[in-house]
Every structure is written in C-alpha cells, then in structure tokens.
Design a protein around this ligand. Structure first.
Ligand code: SF4
Length: 455
C-alpha cells in the first residue's frame, strides 16, 4: 500500500473509530458479578471434553508503564514457593470434582511473567498438571517468556518438560520506546532469546508486538517489524496499546504527549498490517498473524478458528479451566474469575474451596449472541444458515436479530460491510473495525462505559 493509500484509509477508519469492548468474551468481563463457588462446582459436572487450561503466574521483576495485565512485583518475601503449592491444591481440588474423566488438549502459562519462576519451578507446575489431568499426547503446551532474563538452561528444561510453544514479549525493538514503557529490553536480549528458543526446537515461536506505544512512529515501527520478520517467528500478535491512565495507575507515568494520537495509531496499524502481509504472514482475526503453513492460518482457511481469553486458537476445546489468581474459567456456558488476592487464593485452595469470586452465567440468548460474535471476530463473516443450524431451533436469523440488522444497515451504508440475504461480510478495508460489527449484537453495550477505541 502506498503512503497516500494508508493516509486515505486511515481517514476512513477514523471517521468510524469509537470505544467498544475487545470481545475476548461475551458478555465482556465488566459485566461479571459475585458468584458462589457451588455454581462453579455444578458447572464442572457439565464441562466439555477435551479441555483447555490456563495457568496465571502474576509475578514480574518490574511493572512496565504500559501494562494492562493483572501482574505484581512481589512484595517482601518471595511468594513463589507458596504460590506453586496453592496452584497444586487448586489443580487437585478441581481434578477431584471432574473425577478424572477429562482430557486436556491445550495448556497455556501466561502472566505476569511465567519465567519469573525458574525452569525447575515451571516444570513442577507442569508435573502437578500431569498428575491431575490426562494431557493428550499432541496437546499444545505454551508459555509466555520475558526475553530480558531468559537463559539457555531455562529454555532447555522447558522443552524437556513438554512445553512445545513459546511466546516472547517484545512489544517494540526501539530503545526509546522501551525506555518509555519501562521495560529496557535490548535488541540483543530479544534476538538471543529468539535464537535460544529456535535452537531448542519448539514447534512454534510467537512474538508479541504492540502498536500505539509512547514514542512510536511509523518509521520506528517499520524498522522493528523488519527485524522481527527477519527473525521469522511462526506467529505474531499486534495489539493496540489501550491507554487508560484513569483506570491503570502505572500508565500515569507515561508522558501523555508521547502517546500517539488516533491518526498516528491508525497509520501505525495500517502500515504494520501491510508490512506483515507483504512479508507473507496471514492476518488472523484483528490482531494476529501467522505463517501460511501455520495451523492457525490453516484453521482460518478451513473455518476452524476459535477465540478465547488467550486470543485465537485452532483447537476445539472451548471449555477452559483457569488456575491462579485472577484467572478466568469458561465452563459449560458460564465464566468464573478467581480472586486477585494471593492470601485469599491460598486460604481458599488450601481448604478445598474453589477460588472463584466473580463470573457470569450465560442465558440461552447470551450463548447465541456469543456464537455470532465469535463468528464475526474469527471469520469476519456470519452465515445466517450456520447460526440457524447451531443455535436457532425455530427462529430465522433475520427475525431473531432484526434489531441488530437494523443497526448494521448504517454500517452497510458506509460501505463497511456487505449485508446479504443470508450472510454478513466485513469488507477487507474495514477489518480493523470488526468490533463495531460485533457490538451490533451486544445486548450489554453501555454507551458511557470505558472501553478501548477500535483503532
Ligand atoms: S508488561 Fe508483562 S512484564 Fe511488564 S508488568 Fe506487565 S505482565 Fe509484567
């Protein structure tokens, strides 16, 4: 795309840019309410098989200024030993409820910084999982790694323990951006970490990048992307920086005049997607990219792509168990979020009580809308027949979603979507705006609520 083409497209996108949820869940997590542990225990009786598992390691060596994750620099005495013990109790309690009937197709360790733990400690957590769940031989087992303090011996131990996918937090290689986001991650560290993982022979290496960071310019991001493309990761994510200093006190440390405005954000996003697709990466959903022969790209082509709290996935293991503080489970049509307090997590799991505090039990209508939203977020298309077949027993799509279709007619008028008799398709130029289409099906959308902007 030419520079002028990018500017024109940015103008078009900015006219429609507004804050809406990210739709990593429907309804979004701001609608979660207090929930009793017994509701979770009942849901476990109807859990799908196989399962996905997420383990949250909340600890970090520093709090980056841009961070929006639930993470902490451990106060006082090192809490890791106790935390691993609590994770083990949580896994044991839940496995007991599931009575060993379930297999596990996908495991992800995220954070925080999972490699805040030594490789030995991470292996210990994996072994607790192996003792309590039947992990499929071809399960995807991934871990997020911070390159700033990664060592070859750690990488080798992780590989031996059974981890087969790694995700490296990079965000940007530009050193001024690194300074402003409080990470101080050198290029050398990133390249070394990538090489270590490549030498260890993981099935897949993923790199996390962020656009819209303080100090970023179109030119600096292009340089970062070229270096990243030269490294050759299998997958990439390119999330938009959600600058919400009122909600996230760590972001108040960022000089606001260094945060790119919406025009630059749009140009950053468009330049990056153009550069990545020209380099041969396939765009997955809004913010992920994969090599053409990667399973994710193939899942997209075959209509097998799904979305969960960790992003896009090709595995059909939609029910997700979350272990650790703040982790979210998605089981049998309900969401459950664990406490964010280390002390409460410890006391609950130690006494055999699930650590869930908040959540949301989806109604039948919520489940239908969740399916529609997942379909548009993954495939940028909704087939009315497919939705009728899977979710609407007697109603037609047109009748059931009359109101949503009415809202969408204005987006069709603006050329963003094609509204056909039996499908909705998001036009290629408007892919970055796909969340606006999802929002038309969202019955919980609050006009005054704080969401990140689409671009
Ligand atoms: S960005 Fe990552 S390393 Fe930095 S504070 Fe957040 S979770 Fe920790």
């Amino acid at each position: 795309m030419t520079k002028n083409g990018i500017k024109e497209l940015a103008d078009r996108l900015l006219e429609l840019d507004r804050p809406v949820p990210r739709y990593t869940s429907y309804p979004p997590a701001n609608h979660f309410v207090a929930i009793e542990p017994r509701v979770f225990i009942n849901a476990l009786k109807n859990a799908g098989n196989p399962l996905s598992i997420y383990v949250h390691i909340p600890f970090c060596k520093r709090k980056c200024t841009y961070c929006g994750c639930f993470s902490m620099v451990p106060p006082g005495q090192n809490p890791v030993g106790q935390y691993i013990h609590d994770l083990a109790s949580d896994m044991e309690n839940i496995s007991r409820e599931l009575q060993g009937h379930h297999e596990v197709a996908q495991i992800q360790f995220g954070g925080g910084t999972p490699n805040f733990l030594t490789a030995g400690q991470l292996s210990k957590c994996m072994n607790h999982l192996k003792e309590n769940f039947r992990i499929l031989e071809d399960a995807e087992i991934g871990v997020e790694l911070d390159p700033t303090f990664l060592e070859q011996s750690q990488v080798d131990t992780l590989k031996k323990t059974g981890f087969n996918r790694v995700s490296l937090g990079v965000q940007d290689l530009d050193q001024e951006v690194q300074r402003l986001i409080g990470r101080g991650q050198s290029r050398e560290k990133t390249v070394n970490a990538f090489n270590m993982c490549q030498n260890a022979g993981f099935d897949s290496i993923h790199i996390d990048l962020v656009y819209g960071l303080p100090g970023q310019s179109v030119e600096s991001l292009q340089l970062t992307l070229q270096e990243v493309i030269d490294m050759g990761p299998d997958r990439l994510s390119l999330f938009g920086f959600a600058y919400l200093p009122g909600l996230r006190p760590n972001q108040a440390k960022i000089p606001c005049d260094k945060v790119p405005g919406s025009r630059t954000r749009a140009e950053l996003y468009l330049t990056a997607t153009d550069q990545l697709t020209r380099a041969g990466y396939v765009r997955i959903g809004m913010d992920h990219f994969a090599k053409r022969d990667d399973e994710l790209a193939q899942a997209l082509e075959q209509g097998r792509l799904h979305r969960n709290f960790q992003g896009y996935t090709s595995r059909l293991a939609p029910d997700l168990l979350g272990f650790g503080v703040s982790a979210i489970s998605d089981i049998a049509g309900a969401y459950f979020q664990n406490t964010k307090s280390l002390e409460e997590y410890s006391s609950r799991t130690g006494s055999g009580v699930p650590a869930v505090l908040r959540g949301f039990v989806l109604s039948e209508e919520d489940k239908i809308r969740r399916q529609v939203i997942e379909s548009i977020m993954c495939n940028k298309r909704i087939s009315f027949k497919e939705i009728e077949k899977c979710c609407l027993s007697s109603d037609s799509f047109n009748k059931h979603f009359e109101e949503s279709l009415e809202k969408l007619s204005s987006l069709a008028g603006q050329g963003l979507i094609e509204l056909n008799r039996d499908s909705i398709e998001v036009k290629l130029w408007a892919w970055p705006l796909v969340r606006l289409v999802a929002a038309a099906f969202d019955e919980y959308l609050e006009p005054g609520a704080v969401y990140s902007r689409v671009i």
